[in-house]
Design a protein around this ligand. Structure first.
Ligand SMILES: Cc1ncc(COP(=O)(O)O)c(C=O)c1O
Length: 410
Protein backbone atom coordinates (compact mmCIF):
# COMPACT_ATOMS: atom_id res chain seq x y z
CA UNK A 1 0.00 0.00 0.00
CA UNK A 2 1.08 3.61 -0.52
CA UNK A 3 3.49 4.33 2.35
CA UNK A 4 2.63 8.02 2.64
CA UNK A 5 -1.03 7.08 3.01
CA UNK A 6 -0.19 4.54 5.71
CA UNK A 7 1.74 7.19 7.65
CA UNK A 8 -1.18 9.58 7.22
CA UNK A 9 -3.57 6.94 8.64
CA UNK A 10 -1.22 6.35 11.60
CA UNK A 11 -1.11 10.08 12.32
CA UNK A 12 -4.87 10.56 11.91
CA UNK A 13 -6.21 7.50 13.74
CA UNK A 14 -3.31 6.47 15.98
CA UNK A 15 -1.67 3.06 16.29
CA UNK A 16 -1.93 0.12 16.52
CA UNK A 17 -4.14 0.23 13.47
CA UNK A 18 -5.18 -2.16 10.72
CA UNK A 19 -5.39 -0.56 7.26
CA UNK A 20 -6.97 -2.44 4.34
CA UNK A 21 -6.83 -1.54 0.67
CA UNK A 22 -10.45 -2.07 -0.40
CA UNK A 23 -9.71 -1.53 -4.09
CA UNK A 24 -7.07 -4.26 -4.02
CA UNK A 25 -9.57 -6.67 -2.41
CA UNK A 26 -11.91 -6.11 -5.34
CA UNK A 27 -9.04 -6.53 -7.81
CA UNK A 28 -8.14 -9.86 -6.24
CA UNK A 29 -11.77 -10.99 -6.38
CA UNK A 30 -12.19 -9.99 -10.03
CA UNK A 31 -8.85 -11.47 -11.05
CA UNK A 32 -10.13 -14.97 -10.34
CA UNK A 33 -12.99 -14.49 -12.82
CA UNK A 34 -10.38 -13.34 -15.31
CA UNK A 35 -8.03 -16.29 -14.67
CA UNK A 36 -10.70 -19.03 -14.53
CA UNK A 37 -12.67 -18.46 -17.69
CA UNK A 38 -15.79 -20.53 -16.93
CA UNK A 39 -19.21 -18.92 -17.13
CA UNK A 40 -20.64 -20.84 -14.18
CA UNK A 41 -17.81 -19.88 -11.79
CA UNK A 42 -18.75 -18.62 -8.31
CA UNK A 43 -16.19 -17.24 -5.90
CA UNK A 44 -17.22 -17.76 -2.28
CA UNK A 45 -15.05 -15.50 -0.15
CA UNK A 46 -13.94 -17.37 3.02
CA UNK A 47 -14.97 -14.69 5.46
CA UNK A 48 -13.05 -16.30 8.32
CA UNK A 49 -9.97 -14.66 6.77
CA UNK A 50 -11.30 -11.18 7.52
CA UNK A 51 -14.86 -10.29 8.57
CA UNK A 52 -14.35 -6.52 8.47
CA UNK A 53 -17.74 -5.05 7.62
CA UNK A 54 -16.29 -2.57 5.12
CA UNK A 55 -14.61 -5.37 3.17
CA UNK A 56 -17.74 -7.51 3.28
CA UNK A 57 -19.86 -4.64 1.95
CA UNK A 58 -17.46 -4.07 -0.94
CA UNK A 59 -17.62 -7.77 -1.84
CA UNK A 60 -21.38 -7.91 -1.43
CA UNK A 61 -21.77 -5.03 -3.87
CA UNK A 62 -19.42 -6.78 -6.29
CA UNK A 63 -21.71 -9.84 -6.19
CA UNK A 64 -19.49 -12.21 -4.18
CA UNK A 65 -20.75 -15.36 -2.51
CA UNK A 66 -19.51 -16.54 0.90
CA UNK A 67 -18.00 -19.52 2.66
CA UNK A 68 -19.05 -19.45 6.34
CA UNK A 69 -18.05 -21.57 9.32
CA UNK A 70 -20.05 -20.41 12.33
CA UNK A 71 -23.56 -19.17 13.16
CA UNK A 72 -22.01 -15.77 13.84
CA UNK A 73 -20.58 -15.55 10.33
CA UNK A 74 -23.93 -16.51 8.78
CA UNK A 75 -25.81 -13.97 10.89
CA UNK A 76 -23.37 -11.20 10.01
CA UNK A 77 -23.58 -12.06 6.30
CA UNK A 78 -27.40 -12.07 6.33
CA UNK A 79 -27.59 -8.82 8.29
CA UNK A 80 -25.31 -7.24 5.71
CA UNK A 81 -27.72 -8.29 2.98
CA UNK A 82 -25.91 -11.24 1.39
CA UNK A 83 -28.49 -13.44 -0.26
CA UNK A 84 -28.89 -16.78 1.58
CA UNK A 85 -28.61 -18.62 -1.74
CA UNK A 86 -25.01 -17.37 -1.98
CA UNK A 87 -23.89 -18.72 1.38
CA UNK A 88 -22.39 -22.13 2.09
CA UNK A 89 -22.07 -23.34 5.67
CA UNK A 90 -18.98 -25.48 6.27
CA UNK A 91 -18.70 -25.65 10.04
CA UNK A 92 -17.14 -28.71 11.63
CA UNK A 93 -18.08 -30.51 14.84
CA UNK A 94 -21.35 -28.62 15.16
CA UNK A 95 -23.94 -29.27 17.85
CA UNK A 96 -27.51 -30.30 16.97
CA UNK A 97 -28.70 -26.86 18.11
CA UNK A 98 -26.22 -25.10 15.86
CA UNK A 99 -27.11 -27.31 12.92
CA UNK A 100 -30.87 -26.70 13.29
CA UNK A 101 -30.43 -22.95 13.87
CA UNK A 102 -28.28 -22.45 10.78
CA UNK A 103 -30.44 -24.78 8.65
CA UNK A 104 -33.48 -22.64 9.49
CA UNK A 105 -31.69 -19.62 7.99
CA UNK A 106 -31.87 -21.26 4.56
CA UNK A 107 -28.19 -21.47 3.63
CA UNK A 108 -26.63 -24.52 1.92
CA UNK A 109 -25.28 -26.95 4.51
CA UNK A 110 -21.96 -28.63 3.74
CA UNK A 111 -21.67 -31.84 5.73
CA UNK A 112 -18.26 -33.32 6.57
CA UNK A 113 -19.00 -36.32 8.82
CA UNK A 114 -20.92 -39.58 8.59
CA UNK A 115 -22.27 -38.96 12.09
CA UNK A 116 -24.01 -35.73 11.03
CA UNK A 117 -25.16 -37.29 7.76
CA UNK A 118 -26.78 -40.13 9.69
CA UNK A 119 -28.74 -37.65 11.82
CA UNK A 120 -29.84 -35.77 8.72
CA UNK A 121 -30.98 -39.00 7.03
CA UNK A 122 -33.13 -39.69 10.10
CA UNK A 123 -34.56 -36.24 10.79
CA UNK A 124 -34.50 -34.29 7.52
CA UNK A 125 -35.83 -36.56 4.80
CA UNK A 126 -35.41 -35.11 1.33
CA UNK A 127 -32.94 -32.38 2.41
CA UNK A 128 -30.75 -30.71 -0.24
CA UNK A 129 -27.13 -30.58 0.89
CA UNK A 130 -23.48 -30.54 -0.05
CA UNK A 131 -20.99 -33.20 1.13
CA UNK A 132 -17.41 -32.44 2.14
CA UNK A 133 -14.83 -35.13 1.36
CA UNK A 134 -11.23 -35.40 2.49
CA UNK A 135 -9.32 -35.00 -0.81
CA UNK A 136 -6.53 -37.37 0.30
CA UNK A 137 -3.96 -34.75 -0.69
CA UNK A 138 -1.83 -33.12 2.01
CA UNK A 139 -0.60 -29.58 1.43
CA UNK A 140 -0.64 -26.16 3.10
CA UNK A 141 1.67 -23.51 4.53
CA UNK A 142 1.78 -25.08 7.99
CA UNK A 143 0.86 -28.45 9.51
CA UNK A 144 -2.03 -26.70 11.29
CA UNK A 145 -3.61 -25.55 8.04
CA UNK A 146 -3.39 -28.77 6.02
CA UNK A 147 -6.90 -30.18 5.78
CA UNK A 148 -6.42 -33.28 3.64
CA UNK A 149 -4.89 -36.68 4.41
CA UNK A 150 -4.77 -38.88 7.47
CA UNK A 151 -3.98 -36.33 10.17
CA UNK A 152 -6.98 -34.06 9.76
CA UNK A 153 -10.44 -33.95 11.30
CA UNK A 154 -12.06 -32.61 8.14
CA UNK A 155 -14.28 -34.25 5.56
CA UNK A 156 -15.61 -37.73 4.84
CA UNK A 157 -13.15 -40.34 3.57
CA UNK A 158 -13.51 -41.61 0.01
CA UNK A 159 -13.32 -45.09 1.62
CA UNK A 160 -16.75 -44.37 3.11
CA UNK A 161 -18.47 -43.67 -0.20
CA UNK A 162 -20.72 -46.74 0.08
CA UNK A 163 -21.83 -45.71 3.57
CA UNK A 164 -22.55 -42.20 2.27
CA UNK A 165 -24.67 -43.55 -0.58
CA UNK A 166 -26.62 -45.82 1.79
CA UNK A 167 -27.40 -42.86 4.08
CA UNK A 168 -28.35 -40.64 1.15
CA UNK A 169 -30.77 -43.36 -0.04
CA UNK A 170 -32.18 -43.93 3.44
CA UNK A 171 -32.94 -40.22 3.90
CA UNK A 172 -33.95 -39.67 0.29
CA UNK A 173 -31.39 -36.83 0.39
CA UNK A 174 -30.54 -34.64 -2.56
CA UNK A 175 -26.78 -34.14 -2.84
CA UNK A 176 -26.52 -30.94 -4.86
CA UNK A 177 -22.81 -30.32 -4.31
CA UNK A 178 -19.52 -32.01 -3.50
CA UNK A 179 -16.75 -30.16 -1.67
CA UNK A 180 -13.13 -30.49 -0.68
CA UNK A 181 -10.63 -28.08 0.83
CA UNK A 182 -7.01 -29.22 0.75
CA UNK A 183 -5.44 -26.59 2.99
CA UNK A 184 -4.45 -22.96 3.34
CA UNK A 185 -1.49 -21.57 1.42
CA UNK A 186 -1.10 -24.56 -0.92
CA UNK A 187 2.57 -24.86 -1.80
CA UNK A 188 2.12 -26.86 -5.01
CA UNK A 189 -0.38 -26.07 -7.77
CA UNK A 190 -0.25 -29.80 -8.48
CA UNK A 191 -2.15 -30.33 -5.20
CA UNK A 192 -5.09 -28.32 -6.54
CA UNK A 193 -5.30 -30.52 -9.63
CA UNK A 194 -4.91 -33.78 -7.71
CA UNK A 195 -7.62 -32.83 -5.21
CA UNK A 196 -9.93 -31.84 -8.06
CA UNK A 197 -9.25 -35.17 -9.81
CA UNK A 198 -9.89 -37.16 -6.64
CA UNK A 199 -13.23 -35.46 -5.97
CA UNK A 200 -14.34 -35.56 -9.60
CA UNK A 201 -13.58 -39.29 -9.69
CA UNK A 202 -16.47 -40.00 -7.29
CA UNK A 203 -18.78 -37.37 -8.81
CA UNK A 204 -20.46 -39.70 -11.28
CA UNK A 205 -24.15 -39.56 -12.20
CA UNK A 206 -24.43 -43.08 -10.74
CA UNK A 207 -23.12 -41.96 -7.33
CA UNK A 208 -24.59 -38.45 -7.23
CA UNK A 209 -27.24 -37.78 -9.89
CA UNK A 210 -28.47 -34.43 -8.48
CA UNK A 211 -25.26 -32.39 -8.54
CA UNK A 212 -25.57 -28.68 -9.28
CA UNK A 213 -22.04 -27.60 -8.26
CA UNK A 214 -18.55 -28.78 -7.35
CA UNK A 215 -16.66 -26.80 -4.71
CA UNK A 216 -12.87 -27.13 -4.60
CA UNK A 217 -12.25 -24.97 -1.52
CA UNK A 218 -9.64 -22.25 -1.04
CA UNK A 219 -5.93 -22.33 -0.36
CA UNK A 220 -4.60 -20.12 -3.20
CA UNK A 221 -1.31 -18.88 -1.82
CA UNK A 222 0.23 -15.44 -2.06
CA UNK A 223 3.89 -14.51 -1.44
CA UNK A 224 4.78 -13.56 2.13
CA UNK A 225 8.59 -13.60 1.98
CA UNK A 226 10.68 -11.26 -0.19
CA UNK A 227 11.58 -13.04 -3.41
CA UNK A 228 8.91 -15.70 -2.97
CA UNK A 229 7.48 -16.60 -6.37
CA UNK A 230 3.91 -15.62 -7.26
CA UNK A 231 1.86 -18.51 -8.60
CA UNK A 232 0.94 -18.20 -12.26
CA UNK A 233 -2.80 -18.13 -11.64
CA UNK A 234 -3.58 -17.48 -15.29
CA UNK A 235 -1.96 -20.77 -16.20
CA UNK A 236 -3.61 -22.51 -13.26
CA UNK A 237 -6.98 -21.06 -14.30
CA UNK A 238 -6.54 -22.56 -17.78
CA UNK A 239 -5.79 -25.99 -16.36
CA UNK A 240 -8.70 -25.82 -13.94
CA UNK A 241 -11.07 -24.86 -16.73
CA UNK A 242 -9.87 -27.62 -19.00
CA UNK A 243 -10.25 -30.25 -16.29
CA UNK A 244 -13.67 -29.06 -15.24
CA UNK A 245 -15.10 -28.76 -18.73
CA UNK A 246 -13.96 -32.33 -19.48
CA UNK A 247 -15.49 -33.50 -16.20
CA UNK A 248 -18.85 -31.85 -16.98
CA UNK A 249 -18.93 -33.49 -20.41
CA UNK A 250 -18.49 -36.87 -18.71
CA UNK A 251 -21.08 -36.04 -16.07
CA UNK A 252 -23.55 -35.06 -18.76
CA UNK A 253 -24.40 -31.61 -17.46
CA UNK A 254 -22.65 -28.26 -17.07
CA UNK A 255 -22.22 -27.79 -13.31
CA UNK A 256 -21.36 -24.66 -11.37
CA UNK A 257 -17.72 -24.37 -10.27
CA UNK A 258 -17.01 -22.96 -6.80
CA UNK A 259 -13.79 -21.87 -5.09
CA UNK A 260 -13.51 -20.42 -1.59
CA UNK A 261 -10.40 -18.25 -1.30
CA UNK A 262 -9.63 -16.30 1.85
CA UNK A 263 -5.91 -15.50 1.88
CA UNK A 264 -5.77 -14.80 -1.86
CA UNK A 265 -8.51 -12.22 -1.56
CA UNK A 266 -7.30 -10.21 1.43
CA UNK A 267 -3.84 -11.16 2.77
CA UNK A 268 -1.83 -8.70 0.72
CA UNK A 269 -4.44 -5.96 1.12
CA UNK A 270 -3.77 -5.33 4.81
CA UNK A 271 -1.11 -3.74 7.03
CA UNK A 272 -0.89 -3.57 10.79
CA UNK A 273 0.68 -0.26 11.79
CA UNK A 274 2.52 -0.20 15.10
CA UNK A 275 4.65 2.42 16.85
CA UNK A 276 8.02 1.67 18.41
CA UNK A 277 8.26 2.82 22.01
CA UNK A 278 11.38 1.05 23.33
CA UNK A 279 14.76 0.06 21.92
CA UNK A 280 16.73 -2.30 24.15
CA UNK A 281 20.19 -3.80 23.63
CA UNK A 282 20.32 -7.27 25.19
CA UNK A 283 23.95 -8.28 24.67
CA UNK A 284 23.53 -10.19 21.38
CA UNK A 285 20.23 -8.75 20.26
CA UNK A 286 18.63 -5.40 19.65
CA UNK A 287 15.02 -5.52 20.71
CA UNK A 288 12.42 -3.26 19.18
CA UNK A 289 9.42 -2.93 21.49
CA UNK A 290 6.16 -1.74 19.97
CA UNK A 291 2.60 -0.99 21.02
CA UNK A 292 0.93 -4.17 19.74
CA UNK A 293 1.44 -7.87 20.38
CA UNK A 294 0.63 -11.41 19.35
CA UNK A 295 -3.07 -11.31 20.33
CA UNK A 296 -3.45 -8.65 17.64
CA UNK A 297 -1.49 -10.55 14.95
CA UNK A 298 -0.81 -14.12 15.98
CA UNK A 299 0.45 -15.81 12.81
CA UNK A 300 4.21 -15.47 13.54
CA UNK A 301 3.78 -16.94 17.02
CA UNK A 302 1.19 -19.57 16.06
CA UNK A 303 2.61 -20.86 12.79
CA UNK A 304 6.10 -19.36 12.69
CA UNK A 305 4.72 -17.31 9.79
CA UNK A 306 6.90 -14.69 8.12
CA UNK A 307 5.41 -11.19 7.74
CA UNK A 308 7.45 -8.54 5.99
CA UNK A 309 8.05 -5.41 8.12
CA UNK A 310 8.58 -1.94 6.67
CA UNK A 311 10.03 0.94 8.65
CA UNK A 312 7.71 3.63 7.28
CA UNK A 313 9.31 6.53 9.11
CA UNK A 314 12.98 5.74 8.40
CA UNK A 315 13.06 3.84 5.10
CA UNK A 316 16.58 4.96 4.24
CA UNK A 317 18.15 4.26 7.63
CA UNK A 318 21.29 2.12 7.92
CA UNK A 319 20.35 -1.54 8.01
CA UNK A 320 20.71 -3.44 11.31
CA UNK A 321 19.36 -6.65 12.82
CA UNK A 322 16.36 -6.57 15.17
CA UNK A 323 13.95 -8.70 17.15
CA UNK A 324 10.60 -6.95 16.72
CA UNK A 325 8.59 -7.63 19.86
CA UNK A 326 5.17 -6.71 21.21
CA UNK A 327 3.86 -5.55 24.56
CA UNK A 328 2.54 -8.88 25.87
CA UNK A 329 4.00 -10.66 28.88
CA UNK A 330 5.50 -13.60 26.99
CA UNK A 331 8.98 -14.00 25.49
CA UNK A 332 7.46 -15.56 22.36
CA UNK A 333 5.62 -12.31 21.67
CA UNK A 334 7.65 -11.48 18.56
CA UNK A 335 6.57 -10.35 15.12
CA UNK A 336 10.03 -11.07 13.74
CA UNK A 337 13.29 -12.50 15.02
CA UNK A 338 16.71 -11.41 13.75
CA UNK A 339 15.19 -9.33 10.97
CA UNK A 340 17.31 -6.83 9.01
CA UNK A 341 15.55 -3.44 8.90
CA UNK A 342 16.53 0.16 8.20
CA UNK A 343 17.60 1.65 11.57
CA UNK A 344 14.65 1.56 13.94
CA UNK A 345 14.26 4.40 16.42
CA UNK A 346 11.78 5.04 19.22
CA UNK A 347 8.62 6.65 17.73
CA UNK A 348 9.12 5.05 14.32
CA UNK A 349 5.99 3.62 12.70
CA UNK A 350 6.38 0.09 11.35
CA UNK A 351 4.04 -1.60 8.91
CA UNK A 352 3.59 -5.35 9.35
CA UNK A 353 2.63 -6.46 5.85
CA UNK A 354 0.27 -9.14 4.51
CA UNK A 355 -1.90 -8.51 7.54
CA UNK A 356 -5.24 -8.71 5.72
CA UNK A 357 -5.94 -12.43 6.27
CA UNK A 358 -6.16 -14.35 9.53
CA UNK A 359 -4.76 -11.45 11.54
CA UNK A 360 -7.53 -9.25 12.95
CA UNK A 361 -9.99 -12.14 12.60
CA UNK A 362 -7.80 -14.41 14.77
CA UNK A 363 -7.32 -11.69 17.34
CA UNK A 364 -8.16 -11.46 21.02
CA UNK A 365 -7.71 -9.31 24.09
CA UNK A 366 -5.14 -11.34 26.07
CA UNK A 367 -3.51 -9.08 28.69
CA UNK A 368 -6.68 -6.94 28.35
CA UNK A 369 -5.53 -4.74 25.53
CA UNK A 370 -8.25 -3.70 23.06
CA UNK A 371 -7.91 -4.88 19.46
CA UNK A 372 -6.70 -2.17 17.02
CA UNK A 373 -9.13 -0.10 14.98
CA UNK A 374 -9.65 -0.91 11.29
CA UNK A 375 -9.48 1.45 8.33
CA UNK A 376 -10.59 0.58 4.80
CA UNK A 377 -9.20 2.66 1.95
CA UNK A 378 -11.42 2.99 -1.13
CA UNK A 379 -10.30 5.03 -4.13
CA UNK A 380 -7.47 6.43 -2.03
CA UNK A 381 -9.81 7.67 0.72
CA UNK A 382 -9.42 6.10 4.18
CA UNK A 383 -12.48 5.45 6.35
CA UNK A 384 -12.33 4.28 9.96
CA UNK A 385 -14.77 1.37 9.66
CA UNK A 386 -14.32 0.19 13.23
CA UNK A 387 -12.59 2.29 15.89
CA UNK A 388 -10.63 0.57 18.66
CA UNK A 389 -12.29 0.36 22.04
CA UNK A 390 -10.65 2.50 24.69
CA UNK A 391 -9.31 0.69 27.74
CA UNK A 392 -12.29 2.00 29.72
CA UNK A 393 -14.77 0.72 27.11
CA UNK A 394 -13.15 -2.72 27.05
CA UNK A 395 -13.24 -3.01 30.82
CA UNK A 396 -16.80 -1.68 31.06
CA UNK A 397 -17.94 -4.27 28.49
CA UNK A 398 -16.35 -7.06 30.46
CA UNK A 399 -17.98 -5.86 33.64
CA UNK A 400 -21.38 -5.45 31.98
CA UNK A 401 -21.21 -8.93 30.41
CA UNK A 402 -20.04 -10.53 33.66
CA UNK A 403 -22.47 -8.88 36.04
CA UNK A 404 -24.55 -12.02 36.70
CA UNK A 405 -21.46 -14.03 37.57
CA UNK A 406 -20.24 -11.78 40.38
CA UNK A 407 -21.00 -13.56 43.66
CA UNK A 408 -23.36 -11.51 45.84
CA UNK A 409 -22.28 -10.78 49.40
CA UNK A 410 -24.06 -13.03 51.95
C1 LIG B 1 -13.45 -24.92 4.21
C2 LIG B 1 -12.51 -23.81 3.92
N1 LIG B 1 -12.65 -23.13 2.77
C3 LIG B 1 -11.83 -22.10 2.47
C4 LIG B 1 -10.81 -21.71 3.32
C5 LIG B 1 -9.95 -20.56 2.92
O1 LIG B 1 -8.62 -20.89 2.83
P1 LIG B 1 -7.59 -19.82 2.27
O2 LIG B 1 -7.72 -18.62 3.11
O3 LIG B 1 -6.25 -20.44 2.40
O4 LIG B 1 -7.95 -19.56 0.86
C6 LIG B 1 -10.63 -22.40 4.52
C7 LIG B 1 -9.55 -22.03 5.44
O5 LIG B 1 -8.67 -22.78 5.78
C8 LIG B 1 -11.49 -23.48 4.84
O6 LIG B 1 -11.36 -24.16 5.98
Amino acid sequence: MNQALLLECAARYGTPLYVYDGDRVLEQYRSLYDFIDYDKLEIHYAMKANFNVGILKLLRDAGASLDTVSPGEVLLALKLGFDRSKIIYTANNMTDEEFEAVLSLGVTMNIGSLSRLEKIAKRHKGMRLCLRFNPDVTDGDSAATMTGGDLTKFGILFDDLDKVKALVDRGNLKVIGLHEHTGSGLQHTESVYRSMDNLMAIATPENFPDLEFMDFGGGFKVPYKPGEARVDYRQMGREIREKFVAFCQGYGRKLKLYFEPGKYMVAECGSLLVTVNTIKHNRTRTIVGCNSGFPQLIRPMLYGAYHRIVNLSNPDGKEAMYDVCGNICETGDRFAEQRPLPEVRESDVLSIENAGAYCYSMGGVYNLRPMPGEVVVVKGVPALVRPALTNEELVDRILAMSDGAIPKKA
